[in-house]
Design a protein around this ligand. Sequence first.
Ligand SMILES: [Cu+2]
Length: 489
Amino acid sequence: MDTTHGPMGPLETPFRNTDMNPSFNRRHFLAGSAATAVAASSVNAAGLAALPDMAQRDSADTAGPWTPPGVTGAGRPYNPVVTLNGWTAPWRMKDGAKEFHLVAEPVVREMAPGFLVNMWGYNGQSPGPTIEVVEGDRVRIFVTNRLPEHTTIHWHGQRLPNGMDGVGGLNQPQIAPGKTFVYEFVARRPGTFMYHPHADEMVQMAMGMMGLWITHPRQKHPLIEDVQRDYAFLLNAFDVEPGSRTPRINTMLDFNIWGFNSRVFPAISPLVARLGERVRVRVGNLTMTNHPVHIHGIEFEVTGTDGGPTPKGARWPEVTTDIAVGQMRQIEFIADEPGDWALHCHKSHHTMGAMGHGVPTMIGVDHRGLVGGLQRAAPDYMVMGERGMADMGDMEMELPANTFPMMTGRGPYGPIEMGGMFTLLKVRADQKAGDYGDPGWYAQPPGSQAREVQGPPDPAPSSPTPPSSATTSQPAASARKPAAQRHAH
Ligand SMILES: [Cu+2]
């Protein structure tokens, strides 16, 4: 599979990428066509003629790494990032600056095949395209607003003139619907950054407006290693009521759809590596809670944050790193264990779809007798959660249309019982350098897999015995404490 872009100039349109995951059901649709068309008519086409192309993307598949054709404009050659289920914005060189054109607009994001969500984003997708430049580059970014309300863009983590920082009302007037503003500054610090609106933030970020910014070092940097794979994604969260298609925007904590780059497992691309390669993963958090990101099979170090590279003496091995709200973490490891390794948020509710939320605990509740009677009246009736909820992973329960199920994803040995912030790190000895294609499931070498032990069967656990009155009766004096003490903890 060809995973690199052809010699396509940044001025060509439409921007096409070689998709890496043809196995995912690719759907092409008119992204927010009606809303976009109405809003677009208010932008004067002649006025935009002098601006760089508004590259659009209609697929949620991961685009291969994008290397600018010909001259990079500045800096040494770099290994481009791969944005999970995203893409890199093309630019044109003009008057000594790399020129980009972002369009804030309503989009329809395929969070998983069959699960479409109305969002706001940039250039046809949420998140927007990754801005990828080199330290010292002069960067000029045109921002056209096709939303029904005003917006701005804040360039999270950048050193820049105060008037370019993008806080609407503070640093600049808001960008009204139909208007185009231009930002210009030098990418002074190498590292991992992001961009998002600083205007009606609660609504605009809840609707999916965000993107990544990567600045590669101009020269060999003592704290920035060369890597063979460089992945990037943003953590994001939405509140999409089962059966609906538009996120609720006033939600503060009760989100039910947890994604990497507005995708949910099993629709998130895997991170692939050739055995022995050095891999960097850049993760930013634009949700309203922290996410302990955990990788199986290897140990990693945090080599940088949005504040810059981490000094070597301040790094230590980890297998989980917590990423707080508004933070970015750049983690690195050697992919020296072959296999399919889980990479996920360690908050278990964040690896579940919408149906995992608000479900009562049913473990240990004995429904025998009740279900049979109900099933005579309603044959599809089933009790959820009586023996734990693992049955959900294999269940074909009828869900409202456009609902992401609670646990999903099937591996070579059955349901994986995950959804949301979960994907795989696939390490293979025979993965070709630069090949980002999914190598399929790992074949366990004979004798290296957990297996059933042959022996006498263990009796099934019986229902818990209710405690006898002898064990619960306590002297009245010790059972009753003053109210102040009872609530002291
Ligand atoms: Cu999480």
